[in-house]
Design a protein around this ligand. Structure first.
Ligand code: HEM
Length: 419
């Protein structure tokens, strides 16, 4: 338990952004919560930022109107050094999206997109998600082994969001390649990412143009059609919206499925309990379980950048106008002040208001879709491959980590071959 104020640090802050940190950041997060809950550090890009790690501070920061999502407020952006954001988006002219703007623009765009991306549209998409999930498992079920990241967790969200947006099936493998480039180079060399983002942008602009001429029932046509008091999205806004749906909904969901499956394989009792519930046709534990997996090892760490629009105090710390503030959701969601036994995975956890999907006006727009995909993926894996087991030493697994999102690079598994 931590005190209201940070206790004096016994030693320097643990190293962040190393391989060891990516494999298990939780001891470092515990240290930060205890000793430096609002901590100034240099990010790998060289940008100095504040990391917020306690639940109460995190929740407050996410909803604080003095913290802007717009990178123009970054003190370094005036010097062309503003490097907090999505790689490649600047050069591809995709900056005007929900995660970069504040009210009133945010309110207008969010209202418009919410008219097209409705919970009903997501619910109607459930059979397609199930079909995709089964097809991907069919691809490796006869082999008795697979890499669940490359063959399952990675393609599922990309095909799902492409289908939902209305990207024709024959073009979806291009998206798979571009997304692969973004995920492989995320936080690394930016050239490849910028190229992938540019190609995606060109493709989306053409697709939007075609859908305007020839609308269908897909989400892009819905975005074009959506209107609010006579207002519509411009073509550029629609392209940026489609891009952020892809970007925000892709790597996050890959990691929910990857980290989630890994956590289940490492907690056999919890996994057996879920398997029993599913066999009895009870999906309650599946629903609470996916939320718990998100709290326990959620994918989003620092992708919640904000910029102080004025000098302010956060968690007892002075933050200057123009400073970037990164809310570390994965740290907040292990805060013992908020969660009982925070380091224990409890699929039946009820009091679980985690911050995995954020909080406030930028709360994840895709949460219903992410839940649908996460639940379908885990339930179908456990039902179809009941003796699924890890085929690697956990110490040997490599994590893609740190700056924006955290997830496994590979997840080798074995099981009794089917069919
Ligand atoms: C926003 C997490 C899946 C679309 C967010 C935020 C978080 C988040 C933490 C808030 C960021 C902030 O406040 O700075 C996740 C996680 C997912 C997931 C953990 C999967 C497990 C998706 C999916 C989509 C999506 C599938 C869409 C297809 C969005 C959008 C926003 C957003 C558009 C911006 C909303 C706004 O600014 O108003 N997400 N997300 N997300 N997410 Fe997700």
């Amino acid at each position: 338990m931590h005190d209201k104020t940070a206790s004096p640090a016994p030693a320097p802050a643990p190293p962040l952004f190393t391989w060891e940190f990516a494999a298990d950041p939780y001891p470092a997060y515990a240290w930060l919560r205890e000793h430096a809950p609002v901590h100034r550090t240099a990010l790998p890009s060289g940008v100095e930022a504040w990391l917020v790690t306690r639940y109460a501070d995190a929740r407050q920061a996410l909803a604080d109107q003095r913290l802007s999502k717009n990178p123009v407020h970054h003190s370094e952006s005036a010097h062309g050094k503003g490097k907090v954001g999505i790689p490649g988006e600047r050069s591809a002219n995709l900056m005007t999206h929900l995660l970069n703007i504040d009210p009133p623009d945010h309110t207008r765009l969010r209202r418009l997109v919410s008219k097209a991306f409705t919970p009903r549209r997501v619910a109607e998409f459930a059979p397609r998600v199930q079909e995709l999930t089964d097809q991907l498992i069919d691809g490796f079920a006869e082999r008795g082994e697979a890499d669940l990241i490359h063959e399952f967790a990675f393609p599922l969200p990309i095909y799902a969001i492409c289908d939902l947006l209305g990207v024709p099936r024959e073009d979806q493998d291009d998206f798979r390649d571009w997304a692969g480039m973004m995920i492989r180079h995320g936080g690394g060399p930016r050239g490849g990412v910028a190229r992938a983002v540019k190609r995606m942008r060109t493709y989306l602009a053409e697709l939007i143009h075609r859908k305007r001429e020839n609308p269908g029932e897909d989400l892009i046509s819905g975005l074009i059609r959506a209107s609010d008091h006579g207002e519509h999205l411009t073509e550029n806004e629609a392209a940026a919206m489609a891009f952020i749906l892809l970007f925000a909904g892709f790597e996050t969901t890959v990691n929910l499925i990857g980290n989630g499956t890994y956590a289940l394989l490492r907690h056999p009792e919890q996994r057996a309990r879920l398997q029993r519930a599913l066999a009895e046709g009870d999906e309650t534990l599946l629903a609470t379980g996916v939320e718990e997996l998100l709290r326990y090892d959620g994918p989003v760490e620092l992708a919640t950048w904000r910029f102080a629009t004025q000098d302010l105090t956060l968690g007892g710390q002075r933050v200057a106008e123009g400073d970037p503030v990164l809310v570390v959701l994965a740290a907040a969601d292990r805060d013992p002040e908020r969660f009982a036994d925070p380091d224990t995975l409890d699929l039946a956890r009820r009091d679980n208001q985690h911050l995995g999907y954020g909080h406030g006006i930028h709360y994840c727009l895709g949460a219903p879709l992410a839940r649908l995909e996460g639940q379908a993926a885990l339930a179908t894996l456990l039902r179809r491959l009941p003796d699924l087991r890890l085929a690697a030493d956990p110490e040997e697994l490599r994590w893609r980590g740190g700056l924006i999102m955290r997830g496994l690079r590979t997840l080798p598994v074995e099981f009794t071959a089917q069919g």
